[in-house]
Design a protein around this ligand. Sequence first.
Ligand code: MG
Length: 383
Amino acid sequence: MKRLAILGSTGSIGVNALDVARRMPGRVRVVGLAARSNVALLSSQARRFKPRCVAMFEPEAARALKTRLDGTARHLPSGVEGLVALASQPDCDVVLTSLVGGVGFAPLLAAIKSGKTVALANKEPMVMAGAQFVEEARRWQARLVPVDSEPSAIFQCVQGAPEKSIKRVILTASGGSFYKRKGSLRDVSVREALRHPTWKMGRKITIDCATLMNKGLETIEIMNLFALKLEQVEVVIHPQSVIHSAVEFSDGSVLAQLSPPDMRLPIQYAMTYPERAERLIAPLDLFSIQELTFRRPDFRRFPCLALARQAARMGRGMPCVLNAADEVAVQAFLSEAIRFTDIARVVESTLKAYRPGRSEPSLAEIVEIDQWARQKAEEFCRP
Ligand code: MG
């Protein structure tokens, strides 16, 4: 029986994870739930799964939850403090990090320092300081198991293989909302950008898919997780989202992981790893899919991917700056303060303004670089 805490239980990953937990009652027990502000959903989740601890990030929501949910659950403080407490609580084996953005940085570190198995769905901290987190995980004997479909596919493909036998990773991308669209993307609306062809996800990641920044962030994340060089990661547009990624080994053999696009599979695998449980998703039917297609990404039309690769090559805090600027720019686009094509402009300007040091920053320095980059990016968002 795995005891599970979910940081971000009301988002799309959190909701899917609870569905997985509900359907594996003998194998997973929910012991903690946290969310940003959705009091109604978190209280109904808490009534159903009866976790020992609950937390709300926003103070007002935390107060509302207390009045709405009078039961046996312990209410943790609001803000990062509560998330950190939930991530490090004893009597918990797996911490699913499905928060959005850099806010998950301290909770991830707390889960690692408590030696948990971390089911990683919050990619931003792994972009900001992934190599440092992998190092910390080694030190505290924590286990990092990716939940995001592509890193999970890679993780599944490399099981049992020595690290140095990995030659190359083929990182697949759906192409996002504008893959098929012709003409300029300057005047696309928020509504159009939020229409993802294959996955139903939160707003931030859906915009990142539309700009291809998501593939850039994943490039950096998997370089950190699997000790890869930039040249070993090849991004391939694969609109069907059936091959979730593939790994080429030293002998030329390529292993891929395939399944219908359903997040419950990588979530379930992260919870049962290294074992495999019974299938919860629809079976893969190649006859109904018929065709799997592959294209090169268009780096000119989607400059965010090129910027991310540039930051990955430079290192020394650049990935952290990239991530912070992207978070700020996506937020500004979602609130209609900037255009879609301004997202890349803001990220590029922020990267250009940054003066990297000589070596890789420490975790404490990363926190400062992140704050600096957010402020800078805010300036570049102003008219
Ligand atoms: Mg992904």
